[in-house]
Structure formats: C-alpha cells, structure tokens
Design a protein around this ligand. Sequence first.
Ligand code: NAP
Length: 312
Amino acid sequence: MTETKPDFDIMIIGSGPAGFTAAIYSARGGAATALFGGVAPGGQLLQTTEIENFPGFPEPVIGAELMEKMLKQAKRLGTTVFNEDVTAVDLTGRPFKVTSGSGKTYTAGAVIVATGAQARWLGLPSEQKYVGKGVSGCATCDGFFFRGKEVCVVGGGDTAAEDALFLTRFASKVYLVHRRDKLRANFRLQEKLRTNPKIEIIYDHVPAEITGEAKVTGITLKHVATGALRRLELPGVFIAIGHSPATGIFKDKLNLDDAGYIVTDERTATSVFGVFAAGDVMDTRYKQAVVAAGSGCKAAMEALLYLEDIKK
Ligand code: NAP
C-alpha cells in the first residue's frame, strides 16, 4: 500500500535551541521542514538575560537575540515556521498528524518533539492568587516593575541566582530564599551573589504564605528545622524553583518518565517509531542551551535516516 504523501517530511514542535537546531539540520538535509514555534517562538531563552556559555559569543549574548538569530537561520535554510501552538497530535499511524491552535491539521513523515520545559510554582494558594500582582515566574519580564523596591527570589539553582542578580538592576534589595544551607547554583554565580551588596541570602527557609491585598505586600518564611516564622515586607516575589517538561499533549502517546519527561534512547528515538525528542523535554540532567542544540541536531539526523529507511 502506498502511503499518502505528507504535508512535510519533518515536523518539529518547539522553538528553543533544540527545535531550531533540528530545523536547521533537517532543512539542510533536504527535508521539507516545518516548525511549530508557539505564539512567540524562542522558548525559555527568551526569558534569560545574558548568556555567557553558548560557544561562539565571546561577549555575553541576550537570550532573545540568540533565539532571533536561530529563527532567521532556520527560515533562511527553508523551514516553514508556524507561530502557533500545537494542541493535539495523532501518532498512531503514518503520516503523523499535528493539529495547531487555529484548528488546522498537518501531516508529517517524522516528528521531532522539542517542547522544552516550563517554570514550576510552589503550589501555595496565595501564590496563584497573586500571580501578576506581585508574584512572578519571570524576572526578566517583570523586574522592571520593582524599581527602587525590595523583592525576593525563591530557589537556589542557577535560575534563582541569575534572577536575583538581574533584579539588582532595579530593586533596592533582593532576598534570595533557599530551602537548604547550600546553593545549587554554579560557583561563578555564587561568587557574583556573594559580592553583590544588594543581595541577602536567606538559607534554610521556605515560603509559608504570600500576603497582600490587591497586590502583594509581603511573604512569610518558615525555618525548615525550627518552624520559626520570618516576615519580609515587600511587593515582589519571584519564583525560580525549576521546571516541568511540556508534555501534556503527549501523555498516553509517548512513554514519559515519572516526572513527565519523554523517554528516549541515545539516538533521541521515543517509544513511537518515527517520533524523536530533543532538548529539555527529554533531558533530566543537563538542561543547557548548548546540550539542547546538540540533541536537536541528533534528532534531525536520526529523523532524516528514518525517512530514508522507510522509503527502502
Ligand atoms: P534547578 O537547578 O532544578 O534548581 C531549582 C532550585 O529550586 C533548587 O535550588 C531547589 O532546591 C529549589 N526548589 C525546588 N523545589 C522547591 C520548592 N518546592 N520549594 C523551595 N525550593 C525549591 O532549576 P533551575 O535553577 O531552573 O535550573 C535548571 C537547569 O537549567 C539547571 O541545569 C541549570 O544549570 C540550568 N541553567 C543554567 C543557567 C546558566 O548556565 N547560565 C541559567 C539558568 C538555568 P534544592 O537545591 O534543595 O533542590
């Protein structure tokens, strides 16, 4: 039986470094390539400020600029970019089907999932009540609103450290609240935190409640060992406690691990033959832009080989 010719050879879902690198390799490999990038293509790096560790940039590069360059490169090489989210996928048979936010369905010979990960929330009821009213998951987006004010950042990883440093550009003081007595952030960032006079690190505390009226007025912290409460009166609370993979639409369609990451083999193959995954959506360990880009390259090379193989 002859298979129906799909709309695209390779369909990439996601527009971070993994998605764009996959698109660059796929298009250069001669495949008719489409990429669904969401309403604002660029992924998590759009919310990052200066990136110092992406090779090829001797001076720090702004996340949004790096992503704009990747988008242009993917388009120049012939990728069709849709500024829409994917709302549903049908991976039960070939060609695979992908439905976009506008309700249109497109078919593809192979699919690369590079949907990345989203910021995680603490789960306090008061947190969701004040999102957009003083509680934020994006320092880059909202830091500007806290000029001359005190703010706090919750978390102890690289993101929390970067957010705290970024916020010192605007805020008069930044508290970094971490649940342990040691930060997870890398040494270089820790040095920068230590030497910044606007930053105070509060170890061994977790948020107990965020309080306010129309907007946030403060946060109550709890000491993890003693339970003692400490109040900070401030209008801005930034949550930077890590990420969850964006795999909602792939549940029951691809094998996911307990945390929701897509399970792949060392060649980026998922549990469905012809569907590959790359970047933070399958990376439980490194979560670096350059690693994501590398896995996007692998996924595209494997998808191209797969398309050759099924022709035989
Ligand atoms: P992360 O490394 O997973 O760190 C999350 C932090 O939040 C940890 O310190 C964790 O505490 C804390 N945390 C988690 N759940 C919490 C809760 N419910 N209450 C209070 N605290 C909680 O996440 P990330 O900082 O977003 O970084 C993710 C990845 O991206 C990492 O691999 C990181 O290296 C990378 N990244 C790199 C850069 C860079 O190189 N410039 C920038 C940003 C991110 P524990 O430490 O106790 O677990």
